[in-house]
Design a protein around this ligand. Structure first.
Ligand SMILES: [Zn+2]
Ligand SMILES: [Zn+2]
Length: 328
């Protein structure tokens, strides 16, 4: 089947063969899809579906329908234009009666509302998961029995609103990367105080120090990408926070009887220790990156590099580089 309509003699300059016998061409029908003429198939139905004139105005009904099917690719409502004169083909469907029309309408409505129903079900599921998570968290934090009593005595409507806000609050709080702010603050103000360098190292290269302190070369540091926490990481650590807080509270603050106080203390301990470790690790990565060096391409350096490359850890590479720096 031809994909493109052949150029009409009338529309774009007369072809040489058509010019010789224009009177006959006007009457002779030739299908622009299958190139058959009237003489080839006397029973085939013909149609002039568009504004084209000349030999290409005629086409077999069945050939054009196949061509339209090909263009519509299953979407029977898609408009199909004549590839040459750009007239829209007038496609009419016979009336199949009121019942079929009703089925058509129902099909159409179903097709349109299904995405909304699916979206609603999804949102509803997320909402109920959030409520369940909130209820479990309340029981975990204030104690199983106390939590149940508290929720039973509360207004159900209030619970339906408040419980889902628990995971939402946890996640949005987690999205604020406070460690990063503390780290930037320390870099900016505390580098001037020598005593603090025992707590947070600022690197030993004087040239790098300026960059580290001001954080100007932050954007090209390899781990600045890790500053943007991944969504899955935020999600997991936010939702696990109550559980971890409870566990740490039970381990370190056993003497405290109030479940809520113990869990809060556990949470604060966990966040503080984790934050401090994270800040320290970030700073060490930062220093490591800032004080990296590219070595001369010499035999000895190459040997060092290759032996480091065999061991898979990046730490090995960096320690080798440190060694070579000392040699230099
Ligand atoms: Zn044909
Ligand atoms: Zn046309």
């Amino acid at each position: 089947m031809s994909g493109e309509k052949p150029v009409s003699g009338a529309a774009s300059g007369v072809g040489s063969s058509q010019a010789l016998q224009p009177a006959e061409d006007e009457n002779a029908k030739s299908c622009w899809v299958c190139f058959a003429t009237e003489a080839d198939d006397r029973l085939a139905a013909w149609v002039q579906p568009c504004k084209c004139i000349g030999t290409t105005k005629w086409v077999h009904q069945s050939c054009l329908q196949r061509w339209v099917d090909e263009k519509q690719r299953g979407n029977i409502t898609r408009k199909v234009l004549c590839p040459q004169c750009k007239a829209e083909y007038i496609v009419v469907f016979p009336s199949m009666g009121a019942f079929v029309a009703l089925l058509d309408a129902m099909e159409d409505i179903t097709h349109k509302i299904c995405p909304f129903i699916a979206g609603g079900v999804l949102l509803g599921s997320i909402y109920w998961i959030a409520i369940t998570y909130g209820a479990v968290t309340v029981m975990q934090v204030v104690g199983h029995r106390e939590g149940l009593e508290m929720m039973e005595s509360a207004d159900p409507l209030v619970l339906l609103v408040l419980l889902p806000t628990i995971p939402v609050t946890l996640i949005s709080a987690k999205m604020y990367n406070w460690e990063e702010s503390v780290l930037l603050f320390l870099r900016k103000y505390c580098a001037k105080i020598p005593a603090l360098s025992y707590i947070l190292p600022f690197g030993n290269v004087e040239g790098d120090r300026g960059a580290i302190v001001t954080g100007h070369n932050q954007h090209n540091s390899q781990h600045s990408s890790s500053a943007h926490l991944s969504p899955t990481r935020i999600f997991c650590s936010a939702l696990l926070l109550p559980t971890i807080s409870t566990i740490i509270g039970k381990i370190f603050f056993r003497s405290i009887q109030n479940n809520l106080h113990r869990t809060i203390l556990g949470g604060i301990t966990y966040i503080t220790i984790k934050g401090a470790l994270k800040i320290y690790h970030r700073q060490m990565l930062y220093i490591r990156h800032s004080s990296r060096k590219i070595l001369d391409y010499t035999e000895s350096n190459l040997k060092l590099y290759r032996s480091a490359a065999i061991s898979t850890t990046t730490d090995a590479i960096s320690s080798t580089r440190d060694d070579s720096e000392q040699v230099v």
